[in-house]
Design a protein around this ligand. Structure first.
Ligand code: NDP
Length: 290
């Protein structure tokens, strides 16, 4: 069966990648972007470009947004809300969960179904086998347009509350950014003694790969809120965190990152979790007292 006509608004790197993938699969595509020239390649590949955002909305029942943030959605659609009724708006822009919940209220006021998505791969991997996206909002909307949306990224539905997809997206980026900063910091420690990054990479790879081995046990500890510290307790890990800070200072590095980690361990020990697993730091991070 023919795929439904789709409107794509926002043609930054992500929007252009989505547009390319949709056209490759013969989705009838209408595009609009604040800066029209960004759509040239998509138009050459068969997309229809409109001169106004209202015409773009009128072209399809399914409207996909790929914008910098949710504020851009109001900038673009705020004056043409009378063209929104009955549409399904799939916002794949990233923002915070609260902003997303506010957008759900706004969407309901204008009679439009809002589906929130967070695409979890960088632009070159859009449409690839590894691409997936968290979705939240009305499940029926996702099911109705699943055949188009899964061309962009395999949908992972995480619940009805609109902020949930954004929360999952931000949690993944939280992990990603923190790990990447740690990787860079480690490289700088050895670089302070003249070690080339290329010569340290095999060890970093080993370290990063081994992280996934801890996850199942970590999840068991977190779900049970029980943190047996037989193997490696928080006090021991805290002493290691102290050593990393001192090594960083001795190497003349900016020690912001290891100091933040050291502070978490210090709080965990002060709260009486020293004999428990490092996973008891979750209590510090979550702000729970006990
Ligand atoms: P950009 O920030 O480059 O997207 C910019 C798009 O938003 C352009 O179409 C731009 O229009 C439009 N825009 C921004 N502000 C306004 C405004 N006030 N009014 C009208 N249009 C506006 O982001 P990307 O394309 O890289 O990504 C889009 C979303 O996807 C972002 O939320 C990003 O966090 C997320 N994402 C990005 C990934 C990536 O690899 N780049 C990976 C996964 C998610 P104009 O062209 O006129 O400036």
């Amino acid at each position: 069966p023919a795929l439904p006509s789709t409107t794509l608004i926002g043609l930054g790197p992500m929007g252009r990648a989505m547009g390319r993938v949709l056209l490759e699969h013969d989705v009838p595509l209408t595009v609009f972007n604040r800066t029209p020239a960004r759509g040239d390649a998509l138009v050459a590949a068969g997309a229809r470009r409109t001169t106004t955002v209202a015409e773009a909305l009128d072209a399809s029942d399914l409207v996909v947004l790929s914008l910098t943030d949710y504020a851009a959605m109001y900038d673009l659609l705020g004056d043409v809300t009378d063209h929104l009724a009955g549409k399904t708006l799939v916002n794949l822009s990233s923002d915070n969960p609260q902003e997303t919940e506010c957008a759900a209220v706004w969407a309901a006021e204008h009679g439009v179904r809002l589906l929130v998505g967070g695409v979890m791969v960088p632009e070159p991997l859009v449409g690839s086998e590894v691409a997936y996206a968290f979705y939240s909002g009305p499940r029926a909307a996702l099911e109705e347009y699943d055949d188009v949306l899964r061309l962009i990224a395999a949908p992972r539905y995480v619940g009805e509350a609109h902020g949930l997809a954004q929360l999952h997206y931000q949690a993944q980026l939280d992990i990603f950014l923190t790990c990447l900063a740690g990787v860079l910091h480690g490289y700088q420690l050895v670089a302070s003694a003249g070690v080339r990054a290329a010569d340290f990479t095999a060890y970093v790879k080993d370290n990063v790969d081994s992280l996934s081995m801890y996850l199942e046990e970590t999840a068991r500890h977190l779900d049970a809120d029980d943190h047996p510290g037989d193997a490696a307790n928080l006090r021991m890990m805290g002493a290691t965190a102290d050593h990393v800070v001192r090594a960083s200072e001795q190497a003349g590095l900016d020690a912001t990152l290891p100091r933040a980690v050291q502070a978490l361990y210090a709080r965990g020990i002060a709260a009486g979790h020293g004999d428990q697993s490092w996973t008891a730091l979750a209590r510090v991070i979550s702000g729970r007292r006990s």
